[in-house]
Design a protein around this ligand. Structure first.
Ligand code: PLP
Length: 452
């Protein structure tokens, strides 16, 4: 029988992978996890510095989630929510999210992934504007370096070239405005507040140029994740929301990474004073244990959709596995655990260890900017700290540092030359220190090579 690595090369089409280089490097096969650590085939231990893909908030080996899943499998392994059918985990999860999310008079739609929740949001926005008799108001604005998923529509919202090159994206009706990264895009002498004003003015100009009666919604991650962990500048969301309100443009908060404690509040919206019309969550909703996502919509968004479904005969959108009872039961248990263990309180307690540690690494010759809040952060690696000059992309410095960190027992992810940190939310201070110590060794080694 073939090894897992051999079978991988023969059979598996890897997502987000250089498919030409993959056979040379081969797969890294992870076999098990416990707490904030995972182990490969050879038994080597790694601290998971990105909680898998920003999702395994409770770490690996949480027995309660395994037990709830098994019990739900036995009781009701499948049922759907189409045509007025319901099941207890789906309904109770909707009830819990309605109580938790800062969306007024909300209703909750359940899907399986972040992409599907955002895609559903786009369809609801279009459907609603047809219902309101303004079929021309359909354009959607997101931001350069945003990440909202990979379906045809959400891959268009995503503002990263790698997700669009070769795929004929973005599609029509999707527009992008500037990225709110002050350190990178702020002009000489411009304060953070002035930069935020400039970004809001750019948004307003774009809406006016397109025609406010054609612009339906604005999508934003409270902290941009895959774009390199971009924390918005002071006052940014306040100014953006004023523009959106002025032109009757809905705000969709994509909390797929920031939801459930990551920023030191239950939602990134709480951290930044965002009052969204719609909010999407996934990942931490089930601590990544099973695929599930949710779209929480305000009463104002819901009512015209409801009326339109009455006229058409049905709201003609739904996913076979959307709100599947097993992931729904696991998500409900996850939310219970967050409350019992005061996950937000824990994040606030240990966050300074991560944030101070990252800020201390700002002194390192390779680090241009250390940024983040709560248990999410990034280090931007640059060729010249004073001029903020980036490395030649061919050097793949971010990937090189991440590979070295892996050799030292830390798994991280590079977005270009920004290395992201988002460990499981249950991580303790000592493990954050160990993670940063191991990372520092990787930085030193890469620096040694680059100056040699
Ligand atoms: N939105 C954000 C902010 C994300 O980070 C992601 C995934 O990383 C998505 C949406 C897409 O989620 P999924 O990969 O579950 O489709």
């Amino acid at each position: 029988m073939s090894t897992v690595a051999e079978a991988d090369l023969a059979a598996l089409f890897h997502p987000y992978t250089n498919l030409v280089k993959h056979p040379e490097t081969g797969p890294m096969v992870i076999t098990r996890g416990q707490g904030v650590r995972v182990y490969d085939e050879a038994g080597k231990e790694y601290i998971e510095g990105l909680a898998g893909l920003w999702c395994t908030t409770l770490g690996w080996g949480e027995e309660r989630l395994a037990e709830v899943a098994a019990a739900q499998m036995r009781e009701l392994p499948f049922y759907h929510l189409f045509s007025s059918k319901a099941h207890t985990p789906g309904v109770r999860l909707a009830e819990a999210l309605k109580a938790l999310a800062p969306v007024s008079d909300s209703k909750v739609f359940l899907a399986c992934s972040g992409s599907e929740a955002n895609d559903t949001a786009i369809k609801m926005i279009w459907y609603r504007n047809n219902a309101l008799g303004r079929p021309q108001k359909k354009k959607i604005i997101s931001r350069e370096r945003a990440y909202h998923g990979v379906t045809v529509a959400t891959g268009s919202l995503t503002g990263l070239p790698v997700n669009q090159r070769g795929f004929d994206l973005p599609i029509e009706r999707i527009l992008h405005t500037g990225c709110p990264h002050y350190w990178r895009y702020g002009e000489k002498g411009e304060s953070e507040e002035q930069f935020a004003t400039r970004r809001a003015e750019e948004l307003e100009k774009l809406i006016l140029a397109e025609g406010p009666d054609t612009v339906a919604a604005f999508f934003a991650e409270p902290v941009m994740g895959a774009g390199g962990v971009i924390v918005p500048p002071k006052g940014y969301f306040e100014k953006i929301q004023a523009v959106l309100k002025k032109y009757d443009v809905l705000l969709v908060a994509d909390e797929v990474i920031t939801g459930f404690g990551r920023t030191g509040n239950m939602f990134g919206c709480d951290t930044f004073g965002i009052r969204p019309d719609m909010m999407t969550v996934a990942k931490a909703l089930s601590s990544g244990y099973l695929p599930i996502s949710a779209l929480i919509v305000s009463g104002e968004v819901f009512e015209p959709i409801k009326a339109q479904s009455g006229e058409i005969g049905s709201f003609g959108h739904g996913l076979t596995y959307g709100g599947h009872p097993v992931p729904a039961a696991v998500a409900l248990e996850t939310l219970k655990i967050y409350a019992e263990r005061d996950i937000v309180g824990h994040v606030r307690k240990v966050a300074p260890v991560l944030q101070d540690g990252l800020r201390a690494l700002q002194q390192h010759p390779l680090v241009g900017e250390a940024r983040g809040l709560g248990l999410i952060g990034a280090l931007e690696l640059v060729a010249d700290k004073d001029t903020k000059t980036a490395f030649d992309p061919k050097l793949a410095v971010g990937a090189r540092v991440v590979a070295k960190a892996q050799a030292h027992g830390v798994i991280l992810r590079a977005m270009g030359d920004a290395v992201a940190f988002a460990p499981p939310l249950v991580i303790e201070a000592d493990d954050i220190r160990l993670l940063l110590e191991r990372f520092r060794l990787a930085l030193d080694e890469a620096h040694g090579e680059l100056v040699a």
